[in-house]
Design a protein around this ligand. Sequence first.
Ligand code: GLP
Length: 321
Amino acid sequence: MSVVARGRGQRKLCDIRGAGSGGRWCERGCGQSRSVFEISVFENFGRAMRAPAALQTAIPMEVIIRDSAEAGCVLGAKILASVIREKPAAVIGLATGRTPLRLYQELIRLHREDGLDFSQVTTFNLDEYVGLAGTHGQSYRYFMQENLFRHINIDLTRTHVPNGIASDLHVECRAYEEKIIAAGGIDLQLLGLGRNGHIGFNEPTGSLRSRTWIKILSEQTLRDNSDVFGSMDLMPKHALTMGVGTILDARRCLLLAFGPAKVRAVEHMVEGPLAAICPGSALQLHPRATVILDENSAAGLRYADHYRWIDRNKFAWQRHG
Ligand code: GLP
């Protein structure tokens, strides 16, 4: 277990480039030091996928606070759409749960009214319940089909959700990792945040270097997600999920968290120590993570005014609109 705060102040902005290319935080070659911890973590996470470029472009976690979940979802959809417009064959990591529903509606609107084209996009969902076939009404494959895929022009053969009824779940997990690598890695991973700080189905105290695997759901998560199943007893207790290491390998992460139930998890994820008790805190290590909150979920943040200040003073090329 690691309990170490990330030393954001150790990085210096050493090269601001022109419009569209984004600022570059230099990790090497400009004289500043990184902690031994930071070096070892960056260089050990997901060796298979880690592109050297990602090491050279780490920027601080971007925290954006909007008035409402509605506004946050519209902004999230805009960011995701911009990735697809820039790279039509983008590989997008998708999430389920209540949080991204409005974002998916906005993507559907952008597809219908603004020509957002999904025909070359590949997707990988974070997780799936063990024991549920894709046709089951509570499976995440079904969720994606109903809430996004059937409304857009995506090629279903390019959409991936772990198979919760695979005959060998271990093989399924390894194959999922291989498929992500074969697709060229994930360009942007969309994430929600569990009330207990989980991302995907990576529950507290799990390894921050984990890969896609079979996880036992916590009682808190069972309680939080059981409403759609009718009761906790009817709910699967296990899931296949991308690991925290898998998530950190994405080139960008975009996490949404709204509402008062997420206050503590958000506080720990953004400002708490990097610790396996809050898997979301691993995003502090990510070279390009954006977190979109509403006023309710941001209520516990000590530096909320600082994030608002940063947001107001961004360069034009840093704004998402
Ligand atoms: C679920 C999912 C997560 C999701 C989280 C939050 O368990 N596995 O990917 O982010 O819980 O759910 P919600 O958005 O409904 O609050």
